[in-house]
Design a protein. Structure first.
Length: 131
């Protein structure tokens, strides 16, 4: 089995994953997945692993993630896991992951809109007064 490197983004969070032969350990920022908090993020991250099933018992997955909040980081990790597993077994897993949730393989391209000039909000322009 060859080593697989994948990266993915969600908002400001960037995640990078390395998938290699091993004993089934999943580490996020050198912390085992079992110890990852909050629980909601842990459950989100486990979705692609549950879909993959026993295939993940034969590999170690190391993920580094930075930037963004906990939810964005969890979604970036989820995306990276899905991409890595799809690259490992494209025939069966890619279709299963896409059928479950498209965001396990395809990135969400939405980003925050930049603020407008003169101390204004992203959508609201400064009002002009003609009187």
């Amino acid at each position: 089995m060859k080593t697989i490197h994948v990266s993915g983004k969600r908002k400001k969070a960037i995640a990078r994953a390395t998938l290699k032969k091993g004993k089934g350990n999943v580490r996020i920022n050198s912390l085992l997945l079992d110890a990852y908090t909050p629980k909601m993020a842990k459950l989100m991250i486990m979705e692609p692993l549950v879909i993959a099933g026993d295939i993940t018992k034969k590999m170690d997955i190391n993920i580094s993630v930075k930037g963004g909040g906990w939810h964005s980081q969890a979604e970036a990790v989820r995306l990276v896991l899905g991409k890595a597993l799809a690259e490992y077994d494209p025939k069966s897993l890619r279709k299963a992951l896409l059928d479950y949730d498209r965001h396990l393989i395809v990135s969400d391209v939405r980003r925050t809109e930049p603020s407008k000039p003169n101390d204004s909000k992203p959508r609201a322009k400064r009002q002009k007064s003609y009187r």
